[in-house]
Design a protein around this ligand. Structure first.
Ligand code: NAP
Length: 642
């Protein structure tokens, strides 16, 4: 069988190929040519990228060099086509490592190579898939309940199915996608490049934008679900109310409630919580908000029946969601008032709204391993560089606005980006340049649309706190009265309340959220002592603010969980849970580590990363490569297995 990443054979004309080559990432194309010709000398000459920067996919190559590559590529691709597109020969590990270094114009340390090879799947095999089950009967007696059918729950279903383990996914929504089902607000789009933000084993060559919008993301998950026939295992519009562990039978009883109010109990040998961290909308209590006469809704519960045309709209909150909503609705509404408590740092990304041209799509479909190398190209800048840049230098003076020299340089770069757009308006500059260290909150992607929106005459940015709400206005603490017809709360989620509002009761009647209090933790973000056979995906300490992608993290977590389940089944064991001391040690180390990073800075006053005590329990402070290695295979010495 042909390697699925070797590209589909084609008969495109010379002109069609030449047109496609105008569109593609030239350094990525070069590596595809190495596969296609088997000639490594192609990357050993003068044609090479000059540097690497996030989302800069041309490697700063000169126009002359790009033209030269296109000409030689046309020759090679034409010959490949005329030969019937033979499947390329495998390439040696040494040459692949050389190709990695060449593409990103720097060393790729050896410890990263196995992780990257796995992510790229150049040999066409999905290394995160476990071998087919041997003892089918034992698996059939091990039902699993998965809570949630977003990206992680769907992945759990795919892996459980491959393992021959019976499962039911319980999903509160009517469809798949989780975040990408619920957040249908205008302008919702992902801010991790889509050719990486998709399952490693289910790449898509038909993204229409490099950072796709919500409908396309939801459709992607729908397509993957249908392809893997997971839908027949899902109970839609059914909410999990809670789960109770029964030691006598070594089972979880999972209580559910369907849309019509019918309650049911599912009995499972294991439960996988795949509910995410950004799932329950947080609408702040503001005096008088119930008196507001017009429509008011949260960004994750967008009311598409409300026609905003010509209306005076107030948007409370402007983080990642508000930042996308305002530029999208500004044109349509009569007037937009944005209430923002904290200014946001943003990362310049001129390509944020770029569409994927037909040439790139042609290359993804037909050029051997083009999509795989493109995935690597956009993954690599998020492999731990952001973590080192987030590290606080304890000797750096004045930690208020920068935490290290690198952080100060980032601050200057981001500030230049902001001021270059708002020009000479000192009032606006004062409002939009943050007063805390760069990257101290989740940094947003920006192509200029946010600040362009704020400079519109019919848009006002209010940085003064809200005092109360009246029937037709929001009143700020300085007495300012901002009349509005509609209120949008883009105020984020209950991120610190993990697994909220489910009641999860473990051994001896211990309630998980009571036990956690303000400090949720799980060993590797996955397992919790006293809660046997309970596994979290995107659990405590696994959110990412420094790189990678949550899909990558989910794939790491699910491989680990699958192995735990296999172990339970193969050993004929009843329960598996982490040792208390491993859990405590993990949490203590994670806490010590996160305190060395910019997100913990006291000058970052408001951040959904922080709990009421200013501590951070949701985020990962760890290198991507370490988390990958730690979750590759469970260490059974970490567990009590009975
Ligand atoms: P968010 O980033 O937490 O932003 C919430 C906004 O509401 C902030 O401006 C916050 O102000 C404000 N706010 C919250 N409570 C408030 C209160 N009591 N009074 C006044 N203002 C208040 O939430 P989000 O925009 O929904 O995004 C959450 C996360 O979802 C993101 O960090 C990201 O992980 C994900 N997301 C990603 C994308 C994407 O991929 N592009 C898009 C949307 C969301 P402060 O800043 O002062 O707290």
């Amino acid at each position: 069988m042909r390697n699925p990443h070797a590209g589909e054979p084609f008969t495109s004309s010379d002109d069609e190929i030449a047109a496609a080559l105008l569109d593609v990432s030239i350094p990525t194309l070069m590596l595809s040519l190495v596969h296609l010709t088997g000639d490594p000398e192609l990357i050993r000459g003068h044609l090479k990228p000059a540097g690497l920067f996030l989302n800069e996919v041309q490697g700063y190559m000169t126009e002359e060099d790009k033209t030269e590559v296109r000409a030689l590529a046309l020759d090679r691709i034409r010959a490949y086509r005329d030969a019937g597109c033979p499947e390329p020969e495998p390439i040696s590990a040494e040459l692949l490592h050389e190709m990695m270094r060449w593409l990103v114009v720097e060393d790729v340390p050896a410890e990263y190579v196995p992780m990257l090879m796995e992510e790229m799947e150049l040999d066409g095999t999905d290394a995160r898939q476990l071998p087919p089950p041997a003892d089918v009967e034992a698996r059939e007696a091990f039902p699993v309940v998965v809570i949630g059918c977003g990206q992680s729950g769907l992945l759990a279903g795919i892996r459980l199915q491959e393992a021959g383990i019976p499962f039911t996914i319980v999903e509160k929504n009517a469809g798949v996608g989780g975040t990408w089902w619920e957040n249908s607000y205008p302008g919702a789009r992902v801010d991790v490049g889509n050719h990486f933000y998709c399952y490693s084993f289910e790449p898509s060559d038909h993204w229409t934008e490099f950072f796709a919008q919500q409908p396309e993301l939801q459709a992607y998950f729908q397509g993957v679900m249908e392809k893997h026939r997971i839908d027949q295992h899902v109970r839609w519009e059914t909410e999990v109310l809670g789960a109770v562990w029964d030691d006598a039978t070594a089972t979880w009883s999972v209580r559910t409630r369907a849309a019509d109010g019918t309650e049911d109990t599912l009995v499972a040998r294991a439960v996988i919580s795949a509910v995410g961290q950004l799932n329950r909308p947080n609408t702040p209590d503001i005096p008088g908000q119930d008196d507001f006469a017009g429509p008011a809704f949260h960004s994750a519960r967008w009311d598409h029946d409300v026609d905003l045309a010509g209306k005076r709209v107030a948007m409370v909150g402007a983080g990642a969601s508000g930042f996308q909503i305002a530029p999208t609705i500004a044109e349509e509404v009569g007037h937009l008032t944005v209430f923002q408590r904290t200014a946001q740092w943003m990362f310049p990304n001129p390509n944020y709204h770029e569409t994927v041209g037909p040439g790139v799509r042609w290359a993804l479909r037909h050029l051997p391993f083009y999509g795989r190398w493109y995935r690597f190209l956009i993954f690599w800048p998020g492999c731990d560089k952001g973590l080192e840049a987030a590290r606080v230098d304890p000797d750096y003076p004045d930690q208020q606005t920068a935490v290290s020299e690198v952080n100060e340089l980032t601050r200057q770069m981001f500030t230049d980006w902001i001021t270059s757009q708002v020009g000479e308006d000192p009032d606006l500059v004062a409002k939009v340049v943050p007063d805390y260290p760069a990257t101290g909150k989740r940094t947003l992607q920006d192509n200029g649309s946010w600040l362009r929106t704020l400079t519109r005459p019919d848009v006002e940015l209010v940085r003064t706190g809200i005092d109360h709400i009246e029937a037709d206005a929001i009143v700020t603490v300085d007495g300012g009265r901002h009349e509005c017809d509609v209120i949008v709360y883009a105020t984020g989620f209950h991120a610190a309340k993990l697994l909220f509002p489910m009641d999860v009761t473990g051994r001896d009647g211990v309630d998980l959220r009571t036990m956690w209090g303000e400090r949720p933790a799980a060993y590797l973000g996955i397992t919790v002592p006293g809660f046997p056979n309970l596994f979290c995906m995107y659990g405590p300490g696994t959110n990412l603010a420094h790189g990678g992608s949550l899909i990558f993290h989910s794939e790491c977590q699910m491989r680990y969980i699958s192995q735990c389940l296999e172990h339970l089944i193969d050993e004929g064991a009843r329960t598996l849970e982490p040792l208390q001391e491993r859990y405590d040690d993990w949490h203590a180390r994670s806490q010590a580590e996160i305190k060395t990073l910019v997100w913990s800075q006291p000058s970052v006053k408001h951040s959904f990363f922080k709990n009421a005590h200013g501590e951070i329990h949701g985020l990962s402070p760890w290198r991507i490569v370490d988390y990958w290695a730690w979750t590759k295979e469970p260490d059974w010495a970490d567990f009590d297995v009975r």
